[in-house]
Design a protein around this ligand. Structure first.
Ligand code: CTP
Length: 396
């Protein structure tokens, strides 16, 4: 459980802050709503008070407590402001503390998560962008606004992210490993490739893509721009651009082109090692066959082709799905694949590997780091491994 101050600015998205409050309460946090005066014009403070851990605060002077902002600011583990209006963003970036919300942020050393919401023209305005950049550089975590319906029937970029997305940002901001990846480009591959036999059949594998998606989400929440090269389409997530592929060949092409200027490549996909030697362009008929032999030919090892053609200082993370001799195979693959970090799992263990929400992994780095995680969420694996990659950015 964390102590969270939920700051609410004066915008139409204030009503969505009620759902965010419920989500944060549902995760077991102690949440204190802090509303600006204009927020109360959109949603009354009673609504927030009724759902929160304690009464909503709307003024510096309403309670017997003469300095509510310093008490709130000091005791908070995290401050989340949703919606963050252009006005609040200006105040925070320029040291103005003339209401309870801005004063609380200034009186706090806690991590701040900001979910801006405003009209597209305002979001594009140079002053807003300058202030957002200043806050991001100072370590504030920004939940980028989405494209969609805005107030007064308009549509464009500026719509506040959905409450569950903001709650995900909060979750990854609260982990102790949380680091600032703003300015980093991360390319992640996910899912199992499909090698076509004919127009209706393919050779596939049991990978769900969940581990790769977890890497993409954690990295995006920590501020990185992420490209997710995936065989399964996933719901939109801020800062994650999806590139849909199917076969190993398509994945290889996408990975080679997307890794330009990347700081980190995470090769979490389960790539088929073989493809059928001759694709049949028409459906293979059953007819009177009693058996059938498919000739296979080797696919490229995408990861090795990426690392062996690397000329910059991009960090590579590889995976190893093993059924036996985990440690030995991991050490071998760390070197043969030319990666900086290898994440290995014994896919025969219950609750680890394909299509589960959990994983058990052993992680080795070429600098000698080593740790194991038993039966943890795939998100927790992503958190630990990305934190290790971050230390490698700093060590290089
Ligand atoms: N990989 C790849 N291209 C392939 C096969 C694997 O890029 N054609 C990548 C995987 O995404 C993973 C790592 O290499 O990051 C190891 O994959 P794994 O399936 O464990 O090993 P293989 O190299 O296929 O070796 P083996 O099947 O013999 O264990």
């Amino acid at each position: 459980m964390a102590k969270i101050v939920l700051g609410v600015g004066g915008g139409i998205a204030a009503y969505k802050a009620v759902y965010l409050l419920r989500a944060l309460m549902g995760e077991g946090h102690f949440v204190t709503p802090v509303l600006t005066e204009s927020a109360t014009k959109f949603v009354g403070s009673v609504t927030f008070s009724a759902l929160a851990s304690e009464k909503a605060k709307v003024s510096l002077f309403e309670d017997s407590d003469a300095i509510p902002h310093t008490h709130l600011g000091r005791s908070a583990d995290l401050i989340c402001i949703a919606p963050a209006t252009a006005d609040i963003i200006f105040k925070l970036a320029n040291g103005v503390a003339d209401d309870i919300l801005s004063a609380t942020v200034m009186a706090s050393k806690a991590q701040v998560v900001l979910a801006p919401a405003m009209h597209e023209e305002m979001w594009d305005n140079f002053a807003v962008q300058k202030n957002i950049k200043a806050l991001s550089d100072a370590g504030y975590m920004i939940v980028p606004p989405a494209h969609g319906s805005l107030a007064a029937g308009d549509s464009g970029v500026g719509r506040m992210a959905e409450p569950e997305v903001i709650a995900t940002f909060v979750r990854f901001a609260l982990v102790e490993e949380s680091v600032n990846l703003a300015g980093k480009k991360i390319v992640v591959s996910a899912g199992g490739t499909r090698e076509a036999i004919d127009p209706v059949r393919f050779i596939g594998n049991r990978s769900s893509g969940k581990q790769g998606l977890a890497f993409a989400k954690v990295a995006a929440c920590w501020g990185a721009e992420v490209v997710l090269v995936t065989t399964n389409s996933v719901s939109e997530f801020p800062r994650v651009r999806q590139v849909l592929v199917s076969s190993a060949d398509e994945m290889s092409e996408a990975m080679h082109s997307e890794r330009a200027h990347a700081d980190l490549v995470v090769m979490a996909a389960a790539v088929s090692d073989f493809r059928v030697a001759s694709f049949s362009s028409s459906k293979i008929k059953r007819e009177v066959r009693t058996n059938m032999t498919l000739e296979l030919e080797a696919n490229l090892d995408i990861l090795t082709s990426l690392t062996s053609s690397e000329s910059g200082d991009c960090i590579y993370i590889g995976f190893a799905a093993e059924t036996d001799a985990l440690e030995e195979n991991l050490t071998k693959k760390l070197h043969s694949k030319g990666v900086d970090i290898i994440v290995g799992n014994d896919v025969t263990k219950p609750g680890a590997g394909f299509d589960t929400d959990t994983n058990s992994v052993t992680v080795l780095s070429k600098l000698g780091d080593r740790f194991s995680l038993e039966d943890v969420s795939k998100e927790a694996v992503a958190v630990k491994v990305l934190a290790l990659a971050h230390t490698m950015f700093e060590r290089s």
